[in-house]
Structure formats: structure tokens, C-alpha cells
Design a protein around this ligand. Structure first.
Ligand code: AMP
Ligand code: MG
Length: 401
């Protein structure tokens, strides 16, 4: 049986990078950038005036002139004017600094009488003040965004300011989320006392979608080897990633591993020394498809999806990896079995600014209702039994930040 680290390493080693596509910049939020976004021009592209007011030459002021005939007006978007000796130009925020000017005084600090702007007597005039110098934010050609960045609303400003209407991003793979089980009935359909509601399909789709993978389709298959074989063969033809749930334990109706083997999917591991999610199965199809078979218990399915499927999709998309996140346990935890424990937690901020993880008990790995109050789970190493409050542990958020 593999450790959690060995299992994740095996998944990542089997994961090939997705190809790229060019899409409209306006549709790219949440997608993984796979190109460098370079500065089209210096920023600002000219010495930019930062106040509504007047522009003049500091040397005139230093030689005792405090009142300036207004030569003309220059607003944002106007072509640059050349200032004449002993004059000022009325200037607006965002305008180009007029040639020969190097001093701005805000409009609140002047009075205009008979076409002349007089500067307030006790106003401290300073050269270069309220001038945002050309190229002081960045220079032409600077690498403003680099491959591996998941495009955020803030990045959209950069892409637009570089004049780009399209960006190259990782292809979003076709994913099939496949739940199995005779006992399961989807919401909206009549249900008998001996049946239970199917929840893994929609929740796994939702988790994948909230991590940026929009092309998920759900299918539910009954526990019948023939049906399973036909439908999985079709899904292997149609998709790059299969995420199954259920049917991987030791029960007589657990056909998933044997059917996948018949379809040429090479098993890379079955079972991981962890709780929940010990029966997890993983393999690759004949065309390199990633095939994850998660245990059916809803808590196990979600933990395994977050722990193994999401990192694989990130790796394949070319996402720049982040260092692990830590949280401090808010209370003592004991966990006896020699398994890595993925303990669901609710996060709060401690007074010292640290992230505190409050363990939330799940009543067996079928208790998905308790998960709604959690933000993620922490990883408790398998070679230890008692974890005291304050211990720093690795945190996995359900939804990445
Ligand atoms: P299995 O791994 O197929 O043996 O399923 C383990 C437990 O999880 C059983 O009690 C199933 O009824 C339950 N289960 C399996 N799949 C789902 C699902 N899609 N939604 C809700 N519960 C499920
Ligand atoms: Mg089952």
C-alpha cells in the first residue's frame, strides 16, 4: 500500500502537460496562462500629470515669479504642448507634462485673475511633485505575467494595458465524472426506502468546476460489469480525464478495477495508507487518459478528489506550484491507526494573525453533511498518534486561494 506522498508522486509522474489554445482575453479569467505577457510600452508611457492645476518651470518660480499668465489648457488625451518662458499651462490629471515644465501646483492652491494664475503665498512649491515619471512602473518589454499564472481579474487589467485581445492558455480537458452504484437515485427522481440519494456526481463536478475545470460531464452507471464496460469504453474515447466514484472496494458489486483493466487501463496503484479514502485506485488509459477511481463514501470521494485529482489537473495545466500552506491545530487531536489522517477543519484567524484549524468531526466517512461547515482538511502524519493544540500541520483548502 502506497503512502499519500508516494500516491501523489505516482499521479503527478503519470500526468502529461495539456496542450494550449488561444482565447479572447475577456474570456480568460480563471484560465491558466501559458505565455509571457510583455509590456507594450513604458508605464506610464510619458511623464504623467497627477493633479488638476497648472504646470510651469520651477526656475521661474525660484527666481521670484509667483503669478503666471495662462498660455493655454492641456487635458488628458491632448497632444503635448511646449510651455513658453514665464507662462503656465492649465493642466488636467492624466495629461502629458508639457515640454519645458517641471512643476505642478494643484488648482486648489491658485487663484486666477485676469488670465493669470497666482500661487497661494504659503504653498511650498516642489520640483517634480505630482509628476508620475515615464517608465517608473515598468519598462517596455517587461515580463508582466509569466506562464503558470491562473488569470485573475487583476491580471485582466495587465493584459488589456498591454494591448492584447487574445491570450494563450492551457486547454481545459474534457472530464467525465462517473458515479456508480445500484442504490443511488439522482435528485428529482422518485426514491424508495432502500435507496439513497446520489450526491458524489454533482459535488465532484462542482469541486472541479470551482478549481477552473468547466468541461465536466456527469454520468451515473449501475453496478453491472457489462454496462460499466460499454459506458467506460465510450468515456475513455471521449475524455482525457475520468473521475469515477464507488465500486473500488472489496464488495461483490465492486467491478470498477476489473472492468478498467479489461479496457486496457494500467493500474498504477490501488489503496493508499490514509483515512478517509483508503480504497482509492488510479491508472492511465492506452492514450494517456488519467483515470481516478475514488471510493464511494462521500467524504472519501471529496478528499481524494481534492488531494489527487486537483493537483494532477493543476500540474497538467502548467500551474506554477505554490509552497504548502500550514495551519495550527486549535485543539488536541488523537488518531490511532497507522494511516495518514485527512482531518476536516474549519479555519479561523488567531489574535496573533496565524490560521487556526478547528477539527470538525465527521460521523464516519459517509457524513458529508458535516463538511459544509469546513474550509478544508489538515494532514496528520501517519507515524504519530497524538497531536497537541498549536501543532503546525499542512492545510488543504477545498477551494484554492
Ligand atoms: P462503494 O465505494 O461503492 O462501496 O460505496 C460506499 C458507500 O458510499 C456506500 O454506502 C454508497 O451508497 C455510498 N456512495 C457511493 N457512491 C455515492 C454517490 N454517488 N453519492 C452518495 N453516496 C454514494
Ligand atoms: Mg458501490
Amino acid at each position: 500500500m502506497l503512502t499519500t506522498t508516494e500516491a501523489l508522486d505516482a499521479v503527478l509522474a503519470a500526468t502529461k502537460t495539456f496542450s494550449t489554445e488561444e482565447i479572447a482575453a475577456e474570456d480568460s479569467t480563471g484560465r491558466v496562462l501559458r505565455q509571457i505577457v510583455r509590456a507594450e510600452r513604458d508605464q506610464p508611457p510619458f511623464d504623467r500629470v497627477m493633479m488638476d492645476g497648472i504646470a510651469f518651470a520651477c526656475s521661474d518660480y525660484d527666481s521670484g515669479q509667483h503669478s503666471f499668465p495662462i498660455q493655454s489648457m492641456q487635458a488628458a488625451g491632448d497632444e503635448v504642448l511646449a510651455l513658453e518662458n514665464g507662462h503656465c499651462i492649465e493642466i488636467m490629471t492624466g495629461a502629458v507634462l508639457p515640454q519645458n515644465a517641471n512643476c505642478i501646483v494643484p488648482v486648489e492652491r491658485i487663484t486666477v485673475v485676469d488670465g493669470k494664475a497666482k500661487i497661494e503665498a504659503d504653498y511650498a512649491v516642489k520640483k517634480d511633485r505630482f509628476i508620475h515619471p515615464r517608465g517608473s512602473d515598468y519598462a517596455t518589454g517587461a515580463h508582466l505575467l509569466t506562464p503558470g499564472k491562473r488569470i485573475s481579474p487583476l491580471d485582466i487589467a495587465i493584459i488589456a494595458s498591454c494591448g492584447e485581445t487574445k491570450v494563450e492558455v492551457a486547454n481545459d480537458p474534457a472530464i467525465r465524472v462517473i458515479s456508480t452504484g445500484n442504490e443511488l437515485v439522482a435528485a428529482g427522481e422518485p426514491i424508495e426506502p432502500h435507496q439513497i440519494r446520489m450526491s458524489n456526481g454533482p459535488t465532484v463536478v462542482s469541486l472541479l468546476t470551482s478549481h477552473g475545470h468547466e468541461r465536466c460531464e456527469h454520468d451515473h452507471i449501475v453496478d453491472d460489469a457489462g454496462t460499466l464496460r460499454d459506458r467506460l469504453a465510450q468515456h475513455l474515447d471521449d475524455a482525457e480525464v475520468l473521475v469515477l466514484s464507488g465500486g473500488v472496494s472489496m464488495g461483490k458489486a465492486d467491478y470498477v478495477p476489473e472492468v478498467l483493466a479489461e479496457l486496457g487501463v494500467e493500474v498504477l496503484f490501488h489503496r493508499i495508507s490514509q483515512r478517509p479514502g483508503k480504497p482509492m485506485w488510479f491508472g492511465t488509459g492506452t492514450d494517456g487518459q488519467l483515470v481516478f477511481a475514488l471510493p464511494g463514501n462521500p467524504v472519501s470521494a471529496l478528499v481524494c478528489c481534492r488531494q489527487y485529482v486537483i493537483p494532477a489537473l493543476n500540474r497538467a495545466s502548467g500551474v506554477t506550484e505554490k509552497p504548502p500552506e500550514f495551519a495550527a491545530l486549535a485543539s488536541n487531536v488523537s488518531f490511532k491507526p497507522a494511516l495518514t489522517c485527512f482531518q476536516p477543519v474549519k479555519l479561523i484567524s488567531g489574535a496573533a494573525g496565524q490560521t487556526l484549524a478547528i477539527p470538525v468531526k465527521t460521523n464516519t466517512s459517509g457524513d458529508f453533511a458535516a463538511l459544509s461547515a469546513t474550509d478544508g482538511y489538515v494532514e496528520l502524519p501517519k507515524d504519530q498518534t497524538n497531536f497537541s493544540a498549536g501543532t503546525a500541520v499542512i492545510l488543504h483548502r477545498w477551494i484554492a486561494r
